[in-house]
Ligand binder design. Sequence first.
Ligand code: AMP
Length: 140
Amino acid sequence: MSYDTSNIFAKILRGEIPCHKVYEDEHTLAFMDVMPQADGHALVIPKMPSRNLLDADPRALGAMMATVQKVAAAAKQAFGAEGVLIQQFNEAAAGQTVFHLHVHVMPRKTGVPLRPHTGAMADHAVLAEHAAKIRAALGA
Ligand code: AMP
């Protein structure tokens, strides 16, 4: 299957729809997931188009994982988490619903369960506040 430029993350990259941005560089963008499974749940995407890990250019993967590492450390600090879950789905059979490569970054605390993967849309004021906390921890 090929890359479809009408996917929602391609629209975010083109500035056609808004996001709560936490980090951006030449090759990657990180923003809050609108249906967070944990407080501070962010997504990291490469700017280079690919459906998922399977068709991605290895150079995009390298840049993406460098940003995942930065955002994971910042989110852990910002939310006083004890750990960070990194998750990534490839194709619908594996649970992928948006077909532009992305990695989930979820701060985790012992005894606090994750909310459902396709759960409720978060309040935008809360997402904005959480994005600001991660940006502050990034020193941005
Ligand atoms: P998946 O493809 O299964 O890894 O999941 C896609 C993720 O994107 C889900 O966690 C959604 O909550 C999230 N999502 C969908 N639309 C948006 C959006 N416009 N902005 C931020 N996150 C989104």
